[in-house]
Design a protein around this ligand. Structure first.
Ligand code: SAM
Ligand code: SF4
Length: 329
């Protein structure tokens, strides 16, 4: 099992398939100049499957989420998922995507064994989409969402980051739009993980503000707390339910105490936290012929050293060198 010294067990593995992306969201990447990982540094498809298999078979991982960068840019994404769906015990398989490539891949992903998708969409307005992502791909994302639903990758979940003065006024409209379509919406507080280190607390739209914005149009009541478990989103019933909306308050109400995550970057480094400043290199060990038992021991040691919390409020807080896109968000 992947235990840490505070008694938490990691059962949820986030696997980054690439650090590259076809959008340039302002809260994630600079417009240009971000260095990509070199190809030889990336784990091969076979190496990824070997490490996921080890995590599932020997280390107690029950859920695997593929992310990035943009995971659909990885040519082998469908075959990696198909191989992971063959594992016993069969892990739950999901994918976080910007949705741009989903219209052409949703069916193949489903057939390969993917259970669900989280699609990131911050706005219903084409121009605002361009302001936020620096690309004209809004319609592709809308088409991707429809394709995900048609392919049965349900319930379709939406992730939204609100940026002050850009799309924060859209919060109630986004929720209404999702309710109409049966999509589950979760707002994520902007975190200090952008490559250009531009995050400031004063610019961040807080969970409290998000709830105030939603309350202009909806009545929100907290879902019974037992339902949250290790899920980072606090959920509210909308107008009495059963529909819900989630808020992931990573900064103002961190959920570290219940964290059950472990992370594998596209270049084969284990991270025990999004905000960790250290990593454990599985790629070098793997390529030097390490056995599954040796790799498992390295992974367990990496998790044992997990800190109690992300420490964003600590005056000593240092943003990790790797941006979100290279960790796997
Ligand atoms: N490219 C895919 C996508 O956008 O869904 C997967 C990777 S992306 C890094 C994963 C999630 O992280 C997205 O929902 C995105 O909105 C979110 N994200 C990126 N940078 C963030 C930041 N600085 N704070 C909070 N969430 C962020
Ligand atoms: Fe790409 Fe996702 Fe980062 Fe946007 S949030 S730039 S889609 S990796």
């Amino acid at each position: 099992m992947l235990l840490d010294s505070f008694g938490r067990q990691a059962v949820d593995l986030r696997v980054s398939l690439t650090d590259r992306c076809n959008l340039r969201c302002t809260y994630c990447m600079p417009e240009q100049g971000l260095q990509w990982l070199a190809k030889p540094e990336l784990l091969t498809d076979e190496e990824i499957v070997r490490l996921v298999a080890l995590a599932v078979r020997d280390l107690g991982v029950r859920e695997v989420r593929f992310t990035g960068g943009e995971p659909l840019l990885r040519p082998g994404v469908v075959s990696i998922i198909a191989a992971c769906a063959e594992l016993a015990p069969r892990p739950e398989l999901s994918l976080t995507t910007n949705g741009v490539g989903l219209a052409r891949t949703a069916r193949a992903l489903r057939e390969a064994g993917l259970d669900r998708v989280n699609v990131s969409l911050d706005t219903l307005d084409e121009e605002t989409f361009h302001t936020l992502t620096r690309r004209h791909r809004h319609q592709d994302v809308l088409d991707g969402l429809a394709a995900a639903e048609a392919a049965g990758l349900t319930p379709v979940k939406l992730n939204t980051v609100l940026m002050r003065g850009v799309n924060d006024h859209e919060a109630p409209e986004l929720l209404a739009w999702c309710l109409e379509r049966g999509y589950q919406l979760r707002f994520i507080e902007q975190m200090p993980l952008d490559a250009q280190h531009g995050w400031t607390r004063s610019q961040m739209v807080t969970a409290e503000e998000i709830l105030e914005l939603l309350a202009t149009r909806f009545t929100l009541t907290p879902e019974p707390s037992a339902a949250r478990g290790a899920a980072p989103a606090e959920r509210w019933l909308v107008d009495g339910g059963p529909a819900t909306v989630g808020v992931i308050a990573s900064v103002t109400r961190p959920f570290c105490r219940a964290c059950d995550r472990t992370r594998l970057t596209a270049d084969g480094q284990v991270r025990n936290c999004l905000f960790a400043t250290g990593e454990t290199d599985l790629r070098t060990a793997l390529r030097s012929g390490a056995s599954d038992a040796e790799l498992g021991a390295l992974w367990r040691a990496a998790m044992w050293g997990k800190k109690a919390g992300a420490g964003i409020d600590d005056p000593q807080f240092h943003q990790p060198d790797r941006p979100m896109s290279a960790i796997g968000g």
